[in-house]
Design a protein around this ligand. Structure first.
Ligand SMILES: Cc1cc2nc3c(=O)[nH]c(=O)nc-3n(C[C@H](O)[C@H](O)[C@H](O)COP(=O)(O)O)c2cc1C
Length: 406
């Protein structure tokens, strides 16, 4: 539902040979900087609290279709991202039958088994529901795809979408506002877009140094206590024109499309458009953003409590989306579970895992927002070539500047 013009698919397992992705529907002539795609992939791998896996992988996207001499062709853009860890998993993740039935992984230490079979589902992960639904006796068949390793392919797609958006002047950034107990004060001012763009140096993607320190301490403490943490991040899009999405049909409303895209990211459990929880506590006269006119703008908005949308459409303000991530489900001090093979009460399996992945999730959030905005722009402006899309876009901006002239 979230994409109406673009089509986007990923495939690949966490410890398989590679991840693949296809993005179809971009116009021809969009310049693609491959170094920037890889830079986004590196941003997804960074962050205090990531596990060993991120030290093994050094993601890079190899484009294999839809681009020639650095520009999109209008045909499907396709890429591969190799899993460097695959060398250690060739037997376990073999596509061909290995001739071995496998031995159940015994718990905390992966043993020298041929298929590292998993039978102890982790509460909070996809293991049990997926095992039951897909009728798999080895829960690895579920967790290999449920794993957020898949988000590397989303970030590659988002990096391409972002470069298209930048041709129209639209930019996307993110920053983290909470990790476990460490957060901004409720009364804190909104973080400016440019501060979010400049947050890359922070290991927790937090703009405020004191809050960032509290976040790092919280992650270290969680690590020592064998815990995991969730948190909250904000994705901001700037220079978004009025009128992306529509009020006329439920599945065209942009908030719904953004919510779908963001909630499709593993472990993201809540999305707010603007300060929605705060607005719910306020009377209407304080919650809504007056319409004024100043010397620069005929329809100036002195505040942005709406978060950039009104009536399912962008309204000319920055788009601001707050996303809440649950704590990671793989615990080194595992919760009670039941062995699917024996029915015995056991501890859930312990896998290699992150302590906190909120900064990485924020980068994935940017990618998903970029994809939805690119889709909404192409829905609104169309175009088989970038030149055509830009001409349509500029015509629309001109028309809006003269509104309501007929
Ligand atoms: C960037 C990122 C990294 C993640 N890393 C882990 C991890 O190391 N361990 C873990 O248990 N879950 C991790 N998750 C979350 C799981 O993938 C997710 O909880 C699981 O697939 C079940 O889906 P659900 O939480 O949406 O119900 C991560 C999520 C994201 C977005």
């Amino acid at each position: 539902m979230s994409l109406r013009t673009l089509r986007f698919l990923t495939a690949g397992e966490s410890h398989g040979p590679m991840l693949v992705g296809i993005l179809e529907g971009l116009p021809a002539g969009v310049p693609i900087d491959f170094a920037r795609v890889d830079a986004d992939l590196r941003r997804r791998m960074a962050g205090h609290g990531r596990g060993k896996r991120m030290k093994i992988e050094s993601d890079t996207a190899r484009f294999v279709g839809g681009i020639r001499l650095g520009e999109t062709l209008g045909s499907p853009v396709a890429w591969l991202i190799e899993n460097r860890d695959w060398v250690n998993w060739q037997q376990v993740m073999s596509v061909a039958p290995t001739g071995s039935g496998g031995v159940a992984e015994s718990g905390n230490t992966p043993g020298p088994v041929e298929t590292r079979r998993i039978t102890r589902p982790r509460p909070g992960h996809a293991d049990l529901a997926g095992g039951l639904k897909y009728d798999r006796a080895d829960l690895r068949d579920i967790l290999e795809r449920a794993s957020a390793r898949e988000t590397a392919s989303r970030v590659a797609a988002g990096a391409v979408a972002r470069q298209f958006l930048e041709c129209l002047g639209i930019r996307v950034a993110s920053h983290v506002t909470r990790i476990g107990p460490a957060a901004y004060a409720e009364s804190a001012d909104a973080v400016p877009f440019d501060a979010a763009v400049a947050v890359e140096e922070s290991p927790v993607r937090c703009v405020d140094t004191a809050v960032a320190k509290a976040m790092i301490d919280a992650i270290d403490e969680a690590h020592n206590e064998l815990e995991t943490l969730g948190g909250t991040f904000e994705v901001i899009a700037a220079e978004v024109p009025t009128g992306l999405g529509s009020h006329v049909q439920w599945d065209r409303r942009l908030e719904a499309r953004l919510g779908h895209a963001l909630l499709s990211i593993q472990a993201q459990k809540g999305v707010e458009i603007g300060p929605a929880a705060w607005c719910a506590t306020q009377p209407g006269s304080r919650a809504h953003d007056p319409i004024l006119s100043d010397e620069h703008d005929r329809f100036a908005r002195p505040s942005n409590h709406a978060g950039g949308t009104e009536g399912g459409m962008t309204c000319g303000s920055e788009l601001r989306l707050t996303v809440h991530m649950k704590p990671l489900a793989t615990l080194r001090q595992p919760l009670p579970s039941v062995d699917i093979e024996t029915g015995e009460a056991v501890d859930a399996v312990v896998q290699r895992s992150d302590v906190c992945a909120v900064p990485a999730a924020a980068v994935v959030g940017e990618a998903m927002v970029a994809l939805v905005l690119a889709d909404a722009c192409l829905e609104k402006f169309g175009g088989d070539s970038l030149r055509e899309t830009k001409r349509n876009y500029e015509g629309y901006l001109e028309q809006m500047a003269r509104y309501p002239e007929h």
